[in-house]
Design a binder for this molecule. Structure first.
Ligand code: SF4
Length: 390
């Protein structure tokens, strides 16, 4: 790895392991004690937090880096891991540097977590952000714009200054740039996955949870440029796969490495999916709240994490496979994740119909043993390489 590439990945790795949010505390100090607002996966309009001069901080659970002691007391056994580790982070004081917390509606677990937050931290700003279940702009769009308008008012009060339309437009432009940079990284992975391994891309995308948006955009662009120039990274005979189901509780870093070591190039995945929403630019003219709402309504792709009342649920996945020139799909979802696991049979049927091979396993963010997954992924990759063209 070149020195430049090395340094970028090392920095991203340090942010991934910054379980105490030291970088957020440093940002606050450097910005005169400015506020920071946390949010859960998968999508919140970070533009509104940023426009208020506050730092949006994505909290993606404990990433297997903390022991869950008190978090288990708040939840029943048969649910995913991310709410337990998030409670554990909060009860151990690691989230004290956050002045507020947003819980976007994605599932009952997150909704319940938002209620617990209000009980545990009544002094902090907490909002459950309802997203529309109706995607008619005149119905769901109107509803979401109203919801975002309320959020804008609340965050303006938290920041101590009203958020102007121009503040919002400037922030939308910054996030448009960030989404473009991320698409460049995703395109590089599809084009030359040996140049930008999935585990590195995973770290680079994760850094966007903690860095101010312009800094993250610069990091992504620096990484893409350095990875493209890394001529010492030769292509290998690996199977190209899409990994699906990891949009909320994140897979352990070692799991992503394991897939590649087992012979899979992960050329597309849905980790950090909310960071790529909405697709394409959000308008920077007109009413910025309406622009954010419209973009979410019309350009956040259909996934298990977004209610879709009708249409073929499998077709978007088939298109992703074709666009990324993948040869198979790995369903890797968190244990007990209802949104991901309820969708899987429909998606698997869609793949079967067009002859795209798939395999499936479940994980938890604190999984420590990867041998079984390595064997499963290795066998899957071998079967694609040996019989994929048959
Ligand atoms: S991992 Fe799945 S079930 Fe758990 S909070 Fe996230 S979306 Fe909900």
């Amino acid at each position: 790895m070149s020195a430049g590439l090395d340094a970028i990945v090392e920095r991203a790795d340090a942010l991934y392991h910054d379980i105490d949010l030291t970088c957020v505390k440093q940002w606050r100090e450097a910005h005169g004690g400015a506020r920071a607002v946390g949010y859960m996966p998968i999508y919140v309009p970070r533009e509104i937090i940023d426009a208020a001069g506050m730092l949006p901080v994505g909290i993606m659970g404990g990433r297997g880096q903390i022991e869950i002691i008190r978090g288990d007391a708040w939840f029943q056994s048969y649910i995913c891991q991310i709410p337990r580790s998030t409670i554990e982070l909060a009860l151990t004081g690691r989230l004290d540097c956050l002045d507020g917390f947003l819980f976007p509606s994605i599932c009952d677990v997150i909704r319940n977590l938002s209620g617990m937050w209000r009980v545990l931290f009544p002094q902090k700003y907490t909002r459950y952000l309802d997203v529309p279940q109706n995607f008619d702009p005149a119905v769901g769009g109107r509803f979401f714009a109203h919801e975002l308008g309320g959020l804008r008012d609340d965050l303006g009060k938290l920041a101590g200054r009203a958020i102007s339309d121009d503040d919002l437009r400037a922030s939308i432009a910054r996030y448009n740039e960030n989404r473009r940079a991320i698409e460049e990284l995703i395109a590089l992975r599809a084009e030359a996955p040996h140049r930008a391994p999935a585990w590195e891309a995973y770290l680079i995308l994760y850094a966007g949870n903690l860095l101010p948006v312009e800094e993250h955009t610069a990091m992504v662009r620096d990484y893409v440029a350095a990875a493209k120039a890394a001529t010492d990274r030769a292509p290998r005979d690996q199977a190209r796969v899409v990994m699906l189901g990891s949009f909320c509780e994140q897979p352990p870093l070692m799991l992503v490495k394991t897939l590649e070591r087992a012979g899979c190039y992960v050329v597309w995945d849905d980790t950090a999916l909310g960071r790529r929403w909405p697709q394409g630019d959000v308008a920077t003219d007109g009413d910025p709240i309406v622009a954010l709402s419209d973009a979410f309504i019309s350009r956040s792709p259909a996934t298990a994490a977004k209610y879709q009342p009708e249409g073929d649920r499998g077709e978007p996945l088939v298109q992703i496979v074709k666009r990324s020139r993948a040869e198979g799909v790995v369903f890797g979802a968190p244990s007990f994740c209802d949104p991901a696991l309820l969708d899987q049979p429909m998606l698997q049927d869609a793949l079967d119909k067009v002859g795209i091979p798939w395999t499936a396993f479940k994980y938890a963010e604190n999984l420590g043993q990867f041998q079984v997954i390595r064997e499963q992924a290795g066998t899957f990759a071998d079967s694609i390489r040996l019989w994929g063209e048959a």
